[in-house]
Design a protein around this ligand. Sequence first.
Ligand SMILES: CC(C)(COP(=O)(O)OP(=O)(O)OC[C@H]1O[C@@H](n2cnc3c(N)ncnc32)[C@H](O)[C@@H]1OP(=O)(O)O)[C@@H](O)C(=O)NCCC(=O)NCCS
Length: 146
Amino acid sequence: MTEGDLVDLVLAEQERPAWTAAQFAEELYHSCAWQFVACHGETSRFVGYICCRSVAGEGEILKFTVIQDFRGQGVGNLLLQSALQRMAEEGASRCYLEVRDSNTIARNLYEKFGFRQIGYRRDYYSSPREAAVVYKLNIAKGGKAK
Ligand SMILES: CC(C)(COP(=O)(O)OP(=O)(O)OC[C@H]1O[C@@H](n2cnc3c(N)ncnc32)[C@H](O)[C@@H]1OP(=O)(O)O)[C@@H](O)C(=O)NCCC(=O)NCCS
């Protein structure tokens, strides 16, 4: 991800309350942060992104979106697998994330990768107010579940 992606990132966020361009820019230059952008093979069109951090043996997924027209085609799988592989390369043995309780699609994806629920934060999100489910994955070499 680079500053050149900021317009696409903000457009991809319009579906729901989300990060501003300034927040993405801050994340770009955070010392523990890194990101991947997915682009369509033929057109190079921006189709999704994942924002992560890794530090002291732990990885975290902060934001993860595939744009609507490209969902259900394996892009989410690819971004998540790439992120977990990078965390493993950086020596992370665990990955954490939070997701809205009602987000069945994302929860299916995380559970398919072996993430297990370790917490539940009532009223964590606003607009609309909703609980967060906290997930953890023990990462093996290659970014697979341990
Ligand atoms: C969650 C999200 C990133 C998944 O991206 P995607 O490209 O559509 O996902 P994929 O096509 O790679 O599918 C991966 C898995 O997600 C789950 N999934 C995808 N579409 C689904 C659907 N319509 N219903 C149920 N599960 C679904 C399945 O487990 C699927 O695995 P499978 O293909 O082996 O069945 C995407 O839906 C999205 O951007 N949602 C809005 C933002 C969001 O919720 N981000 C996560 C916040 S933590």
